[in-house]
Write a protein that binds this ligand. Structure first.
Ligand SMILES: Nc1nc2c(ncn2[C@@H]2O[C@H](COP(=O)(O)OP(=O)(O)OP(=O)(O)O)[C@@H](O)[C@H]2O)c(=O)[nH]1
Ligand SMILES: [Mg+2]
Length: 459
């Protein structure tokens, strides 16, 4: 990243032609710089008030570039915590680059990706987890994802962490005092009480780490492959779930030859749904290549829908497929339930085993809604929106928590093993530092470049 004391500028709205474009300028020179290039007939720009005027290029013979609205946000009440100016102008790429050139000629430089938000973090306008959430909000593909990210942007993670850190600091202080001021070691009762407190903290961190399993799926979405032998109705189910005729359906076995992929939202969770070639041994080379792809997709997917044709007796391929799926999250779908059943009820139950199963008709749409709910409950233990409370959605946060939990475990073991306070304190300080890394309280410079380089320019 460039010098954090420069004045930076960038197009903050999406590039390309649009009704309006927004240029943002931030840094110590932004207000004086705008005075040089912005001409208004009426009032001068007042804090947080949009003023109509013209951007005039003083270098280019004083020619008018565009009629614009300028809003000034003097420090510290701005996005970055510095003096910020926002220029709303006509969304013409040619004019936008002319205005940016004009600002740069006056001493600003083009911002690097994420630099505005990095400054907001460095100037204490937001903690690190809030800054990361800004990008998550922008990248959200569903409203639910955006809502989860907005909660983090509002500082939810820091609020959740606060009592845990307070308790940890409290324990550290007790042990430090025992070390400093008491001749003897900590009495046994206190050790037991501290041990119980540590266990409580470990439990809390463990629950958050576990929540990442669901949080990750909400933030990044998941891939779900529809698998089964040929002609059982995989493509019909794929279309029914998508509510569009995306995949070719026909009564000829071996219709789907390649993977067909489509994005959909399940209760706000983005899902990449895959239709696969029916698994069977085929003399057709192309079909066999498709089957190989199906098997690979099965191994790589986060979840599976195993489709069976309930109107036909169980086949060898059904069992062969099931054998490959052990341990994977799966819902077993008995399809073609509008036709007479060829499977006895008890066989359906025993076949599904520990996986949840559902009877549907992809052709008529019967029970397809129920299948959607089952997929969510299989992956989230319920609809994500009802259950979540608080979720960890970032791998970085989860790793910090895991490191903190390891520190606590070391401290607990030292405490139970009767070791001196110093040994317990090492683990506790480490845990506190790791928790601090989540919100950026401790030294995190090495993390910054990585986090902010993923931002888009203008944010
Ligand atoms: N009666 C009935 N027919 C169905 C149902 N689902 C699919 N079919 C029919 O079964 C045949 C095969 O359907 P597809 O969806 O192409 O099956 P597939 O599993 O994708 O087949 P491959 O791509 O060849 O592996 C078609 O004639 C469908 O109309 C259902 O629920 N009920
Ligand atoms: Mg198909």
């Amino acid at each position: 990243m460039g010098d954090p004391n420069d004045t930076i500028c960038a197009l903050s709205s999406a590039p390309g032609r649009a009704g309006i474009a927004l240029i943002r300028v931030s840094g110590p020179e932004s207000l004086s710089l705008i005075r040089e290039v912005f001409v208004t007939r009426g009032s001068k720009p007042a804090p947080r008030r949009a003023v109509l005027g013209t951007i005039r290029d003083p270098e280019g013979g004083g020619k008018d570039l565009d009629q614009v609205l300028v809003t000034c946000f003097p420090a510290p009440r701005s996005y970055t915590g510095e003096d910020v100016v926002e220029i709303s102008m006509h969304g013409s790429p040619v004019l936008v680059s002319a205005v940016l050139d004009c600002l740069c000629a006056k001493g600003a430089r083009l911002a690097e990706p994420g630099e505005f938000t990095l400054r907001a973090f460095l100037r204490g306008r937001m903690d690190l987890s809030q800054a990361e959430a800004v990008q998550d909000i922008i990248e959200a593909k569903t409203l639910y994802q955006a809502q989860v990210a907005a909660r983090q942007r509002s500082g939810e993670l820091a609020r959740q962490l606060e009592p845990v850190k307070t308790l940890l600091i409290d324990i550290i202080v007790q042990l430090e005092c025992a070390l400093e001021f008491v001749e003897e070691n900590l009495p046994l009762e206190s050790r037991e009480a501290l041990g119980a407190k540590l266990e409580g903290l470990q439990g809390q961190l463990g629950a958050w780490i576990e929540s990442y399993r669901r949080g990750r799926l909400i933030r990044d979405g998941f891939t779900m492959a529809i698998v089964g032998r040929s002609n059982v109705g995989k493509s019909s189910l794929f279309n029914a779930l998508l509510r569009q005729e995306r995949s070719i359906v026909s009564e000829i076995p071996g219709t789907t030859r390649d993977l067909v992929s489509e994005e959909m939202s399940l209760d706000g969770v983005p899902v990449r749904l895959l239709d696969t070639a029916g698994v069977r041994v085929s003399g057709d080379r192309v079909e066999q290549l498709g089957v190989d792809r199906s098997l690979r997709a099965m191994a790589e997917a986060d979840a599976l829908l195993l489709v069976l044709d309930r109107s036909e007796p169980r086949a060898e391929e059904d069992d062969c497929l099931k054998g490959r799926m052990a341990g994977l999250p799966c819902v077993v779908v008995f399809n073609k339930c509008d036709l007479e059943a060829a499977w006895p009820d008890h066989e359906q139950t025993s076949y599904a085993g520990c996986w949840p199963s559902v009877e549907v008709s992809a052709k008529t749409g019967w029970q397809v809604e129920h299948l959607r709910e089952m997929i969510l409950s299989q992956l989230f233990g319920g609809r994500p929106a009802e259950r979540d409370g608080f979720l960890l959605t970032s791998l970085r946060h989860c790793q910090c928590m895991e490191n903190a939990e390891r520190g606590l475990t070391r401290a607990s073991e030292a405490l139970r093993g009767g070791l001196s306070e110093e040994f317990v304190l090492v683990g506790l300080h480490d845990a506190l530092r790791r928790l601090g890394e989540i919100t950026g309280e401790t030294s995190v410079e090495d993390l910054l470049t990585e986090i902010f380089s993923r931002f888009c320019v203008g944010k």
